[in-house]
Ligand binder design. Structure first.
Ligand SMILES: CC(C)(COP(=O)(O)OP(=O)(O)OC[C@H]1O[C@@H](n2cnc3c(N)ncnc32)[C@H](O)[C@@H]1OP(=O)(O)O)[C@@H](O)C(=O)NCCC(=O)NCCS
Length: 187
């Protein structure tokens, strides 16, 4: 379990709530099912519109839990389930991986995403010695671009027409943070 780290980079706001990251477990399936078919939460995802059954999601979680290339955590405020964060597609030779944050709708707007990202980056860089974390967002995801830029991610480029969702192509923006960016921020 990881709890909110006091090593917040200078100038970053203090998290409004004490959250904790718990390694993904099948016990979190009820929580995951609260958002996985919520169109507001999945709006920017490539698989929008196809309902996911409890059995499908359980099998997906089992694969994630067993994977050596995914570090997935559930986010809790006390006993309240808030969502998922993680680093996926880890490529160990270059020590890089893809960050993802998905919160249940009731957890939005409380500063949880930023606090959870801070904890996750600490895990990624300091516990697992990763070198680079990247994130990919739809170019019209203004909230995500604002949030991750503020956390310290930098734009690496635009992937033109990379996603196809609800009948049209979408440009994607790739952002990334190096361990050295993170280390400089917490000094
Ligand atoms: C994206 C997501 C994780 C953000 O979670 P959150 O806890 O609401 O985010 P926070 O409260 O920590 O921060 C949101 C920031 O975006 C800003 N924001 C909110 N809506 C915005 C918008 N439409 N345009 C620009 N900025 C916006 C907020 O003001 C806040 O910034 P501030 O701290 O400078 O005021 C959550 O909305 C979510 O799970 N969305 C669905 C899943 C998803 O799309 N995830 C991947 C893409 S990021």
């Amino acid at each position: 379990m990881v709890v909110y780290s006091p090593r917040t980079p200078a100038g970053w706001p203090t998290a409004p709530t004490v959250i904790r990251l718990v390694p993904l477990s099948l016990e979190h399936l009820d929580g995951v099912m609260t958002w996985v078919n919520d169109p507001e939460v999945t709006f920017y995802f490539a698989r929008l519109g196809e309902p996911i059954t409890r059995e499908e999601e359980a099998a997906f979680l089992e694969r994630l839990i067993a994977s050596k290339n995914d570090l997935i955590f559930s986010v809790f405020d006390g006993e309240e389930y808030l969502g998922q964060v993680g680093i996926s597609q880890i490529y160990w030779p270059a020590r890089n991986g893809r960050m993802a944050v998905m919160l249940a709708r009731h957890a939005w707007g409380r500063g949880v995403a930023r606090a959870a990202a801070q904890l996750l980056l600490h895990e990624a860089f300091e516990t697992h010695d990763l070198h680079k974390i990247w994130i990919i967002l739809r170019s019209d995801n203004a909230k995500g671009l604002h949030l991750w830029t503020k956390v310290g991610f930098r734009c690496e480029g635009i992937l033109r027409d990379e996603y196809f969702s609800v009948g049209r192509f979408h440009d994607m923006v790739r952002l990334a943070m190096l361990r050295s960016d993170w280390a400089a921020a917490i000094e």
